[in-house]
Design a protein around this ligand. Structure first.
Ligand code: NAD
Ligand code: TYD
Length: 341
């Protein structure tokens, strides 16, 4: 395959590129990334210079660039990760979410159609379905109605609708996956798990929004990469697949307590958390029914939450230089040094 990966310098995109090039060394990947604050090429150092990998700094909203890249590199498959991805930032400033997540996706779709790519795979989120209540055992499935509640999830919902519209209207061969909260190596420490781990390593408290009883479904990023792999190879064009983890309703405060236990601070956990003002419109609970991808493509998560959380804590402990450079902003100089004149 010759893949265009958008947003490949971000958390999931870079994990995906590393996964794919290791498993399919004969394939070629072009990584198109704007390098916003969330893009970090240091994640991809190990593949830099490989003959089957190239990076282009650019914006998915630039249709001319996208189309010329699709043609020049003879791309047959697009895996679309690029997005503004943080709910709290979308609450502070929604417009960039509309620009990249909605407009950028439409521009990519138009270019994909013109270049006649064989597959457009769109990475989306379970947040498009809204929230579930704490006292129910309901889970999101492929049949759940869309009901987004944050500017982030509203923009991702709009992008999903456009992707499906391009399938039904123009016959573009698409697939979509809606996954739950990912965690693992290279996640920007603005999201709960890496923020908690790195704060504790720095001797700082972990901010807990509201009562801390919000529930997320947690998916280890390596399990997610395997799910995308299966969808690209065996998924049915036009279909959507939900991808989730092996968690059973773990409230945020318990996620942080687990991290503290792994880090040997379980006894004193109360000293390490700080309850702070809640997020406006905070979705109470997410849960995923991933039985369709299990039944049709044979996927299931390999990592239990506790195992994956331990691996993740270990990764941040070992890669202190990486996250310290991210927290200090130094990682942003890397592009200039590596690719500048
Ligand atoms: P991230 O914020 O870590 O990375 C996003 C990447 O996209 C960055 O490298 C950034 O530079 C790039 N980018 C942003 N705007 C761009 C533009 N206009 N043109 C080109 N590149 C641009 O995000 P992530 O956590 O890796 O998420 C990847 C995808 O997965 C997103 O579409 C997100 O909505 C979805 N998703 C993420 C999670 C999660 O838990 N992280 C859960 C469900 C779905
Ligand atoms: P986050 O990692 O931002 O992902 P999302 O909002 O996309 O689910 O947040 C995960 C959960 O953790 C969510 O319920 C908000 C909560 N949270 C905190 O309690 N404190 C924090 O500092 C952050 C970033 C999140």
């Amino acid at each position: 395959m010759r893949l265009l990966v958008t947003g490949g310098a971000g958390f999931i995109g870079s994990n995906f590129i590393l996964y794919w090039l290791k498993k399919y060394p004969k394939d070629f990947i072009l990584n198109l990334d704007k390098l916003t604050y969330a893009g970090n090429l240091e994640n991809l150092r190990s593949v830099e210079g490989s003959p089957n990998y190239e990076f282009v700094k650019g914006d998915i909203c630039d249709g001319k660039l996208v189309l010329s890249l699709l043609k020049e590199y003879k791309i047959d498959t697009i895996v679309h990760f690029a997005a503004e991805s943080h709910v709290d930032r979308s609450i502070l400033e929604p417009a960039p979410f509309v620009k990249t997540n909605v407009e950028g996706t439409v521009i990519l779709l138009e270019s994909a159609l013109k270049a006649k790519v064989k597959r457009f795979h769109h990475i989306s989120t379970d947040e498009v379905f809204g929230e579930l209540s704490l006292d129910s055992e309901d889970k999101f499935s492929e049949n759940t109605c869309y009901s987004p509640r944050s500017p982030y999830s509203a923009s991702k919902a709009a992008s999903d609708h456009f992707v499906r519209a391009f399938y039904t209207t123009y016959g573009l061969p698409i697939t979509i996956s809606n996954c739950s909260n990912n965690f693992g190596p290279y996640q920007f420490p603005e999201k709960l798990i890496p923020l908690a781990i790195t704060n504790i390593l720095e001797g700082k408290k972990v901010p807990i929004y509201g009562d801390g009883l919000y529930v997320r479904d947690w998916l280890y990023v390596k399990d997610h990469c395997r799910a995308i792999d299966l969808i690209l190879h065996k998924g049915k064009v036009g279909e959507t697949y939900l991808v989730g983890g092996l968690t059973e309703d773990i409230p945020n405060i318990e996620v942080v307590r687990k991290i503290l236990r792994i880090m040997g601070k379980g006894e004193e956990w109360e000293n390490w958390v700080e309850f702070v003002k809640d997020r406006p419109g905070h979705d109470r609970r997410y849960a995923i029914d991933w039985s369709k991808i299990n039944r049709e493509l044979g996927w299931k998560p390999k990592y239990s939450f506790d195992t994956a959380l331990k691996l993740t804590v270990d990764w941040y402990v070992k890669n202190e230089v990486w996250w310290r450079r991210v927290k200090s902003g130094e990682y942003r100089e890397y592009y200039e040094r590596q690719y500048g004149e």
